[in-house]
Write a protein that binds this ligand. Structure first.
Ligand SMILES: Nc1nc2c(c(=O)[nH]1)N[C@H]1C(S)=C(S)[C@@H](COP(=O)(O)O)O[C@H]1N2
Ligand SMILES: [Mo]
Length: 395
């Protein structure tokens, strides 16, 4: 019986008592003790919804065909550097400290939830979304998780504006840098311990539209998506949206971490020695709500569905080609452009003839930037924005 099951929060409190789970580190001031499970991702990953990539899971685009504007929590992609920690919200604290605040805070979950909240529909998208196409479409593979286009999801986030928490901490006029850190295990790369997953935000972005979110699509954040609280940084690459946040350093000096010096910059031919500036906004992309190598029925007109998005603003136009790019037809936009989320669209395919076809979708955002035919290579395969050639077979 449903009522007999403990609710999620009770479960999280109970889990640390279960044998076989390792405690990560000892008690830490201002931090909740976190435990981790053997699997890097807690939620089920049925193969019809996800493509598994080690500690990460990519949403299948055909699994978005019959869902609405937002991606249900059970099919939202997961990107974990290590493993999902299980955190007890009753002992969790958010420490806000550093040279940029006059009143350091240690907020409980109840205190955060009692502050005025806002909701926002926003995408979270990995900077490496689309990376595999550097190899399969442009002949030069980049290193990293070979995402197709399923490293993105849109949810309705509820939480407290980061600006409100910073003001409560007595933000000083000379604060320049705000660095949230996660409570997941330290990230070890090539034998080197790089510490907790963390990345600084410039003060202007931190005070603009960033949320400390505790709800995703009307439910408490699921463990894999940052329970009890995560950062949501609209329009920026996913790494900015730190999950399981436990600590926010606010500094009058610029802060840095490996996630804005070694990773999440453009490196390689054509880029400076230390890489480009740290990446911020996402680029423009489009995807069909179809399986890769999907079968499409012949004999009658077919309606193609898809979504387009951009970190630079609303989508103003989408065009679709069913013949590899020779002819383009306008798609009908269904969500008024999408803002920091995405816009859904549909386009008619009047005459699908039996055989193999290459479908293309090309979006233009409000800055006037249209998706290019190719994306210049970078070693770590970030920000792929070229038009993706989607193979289907009409049967
Ligand atoms: N603490 C922590 N925060 C994190 C990560 C992580 O591994 N640890 N991964 C980041 C990356 S690279 C991305 S793309 C998003 C993914 O969010 P999701 O797993 O909820 O989809 O979380 C970001 N926040
Ligand atoms: Mo990411």
């Amino acid at each position: 019986m449903r009522e007999d099951l403990p609710d999620r929060r009770t479960l999280l409190r109970t889990i640390p008592a279960v044998g076989g789970l390792a405690l990560l580190g000892g008690p830490l001031t201002g931090r909740a003790a976190a435990t981790t499970t053997a699997a890097p991702i807690v939620k089920p990953l049925p193969p019809e919804l996800f493509i598994a990539h080690g500690t990460n899971a990519e949403t299948r685009w055909e699994a978005l065909r019959d869902v609405g504007f937002r991606v249900p929590n059970d099919r939202f992609f997961v990107r974990n550097h290590t493993a999902t920690p299980l955190i007890d919200a009753t002992t969790w604290r958010l420490r806000v400290h550093g040279s940029g605040v006059r009143r350091p805070q240690e907020l409980s979950y109840a205190q955060l939830r009692s502050m005025p909240s806002v909701t926002l529909d926003a995408a979270i998208e990995c900077a490496g979304n689309g990376r595999s196409f550097f190899g399969t479409q442009q002949g030069q593979a980049a290193s990293g998780t070979p995402w197709r286009l399923g490293g993105i999801g849109v949810a309705r986030w509820r939480g407290v504006p980061l600006s409100a928490v910073l003001r409560r901490a007595g933000l000083s006029g000379d604060a320049v840098s705000v660095m949230p850190s996660g409570l997941d295990a330290s990230f070890v790369s090539g034998g080197e311990d790089l510490g907790r997953v963390r990345r600084p935000l410039p003060i202007a972005k931190a005070l603009d539209d960033v949320l400390l979110a505790y709800e995703m699509n009307g439910e408490p954040l699921p463990p894999d998506h940052g329970y009890p609280v995560r950062v949501v940084v609209p329009s920026w690459i996913g790494i900015a949206s730190i999950k399981w946040v436990g600590d926010i350093e606010v500094s009058a000096e610029p802060l840095s971490s490996p996630w804005d010096t070694r990773f999440y910059r453009l490196f390689g031919p054509g880029y400076p020695e230390g890489g480009s500036a740290p990446l911020t906004r996402q680029v423009t992309k489009s995807a069909f709500e179809l399986a890769w190598e999907a079968s499409v029925p012949s004999g009658s007109p077919y309606t193609l569905h898809g979504r387009s998005w951009s970190g630079r603003g609303r989508i103003t136009r989408v065009e679709v080609s069913t013949d590899g790019g020779a002819r383009w037809r306008p798609a009908k936009l269904l969500d008024g452009g999408g803002g920091p989320a995405w816009t859904r669209w549909r386009a008619a395919w009047p005459d699908p003839l039996p055989g193999g076809h290459r479908l293309l979708a090309r979006a233009t955002d409000e800055t006037g930037a249209a998706q290019p035919a190719t994306t210049p290579f970078n070693d770590l395969g970030y920000l792929f924005d070229a038009v993706v050639v989607h193979p289907v077979t009409v049967v």
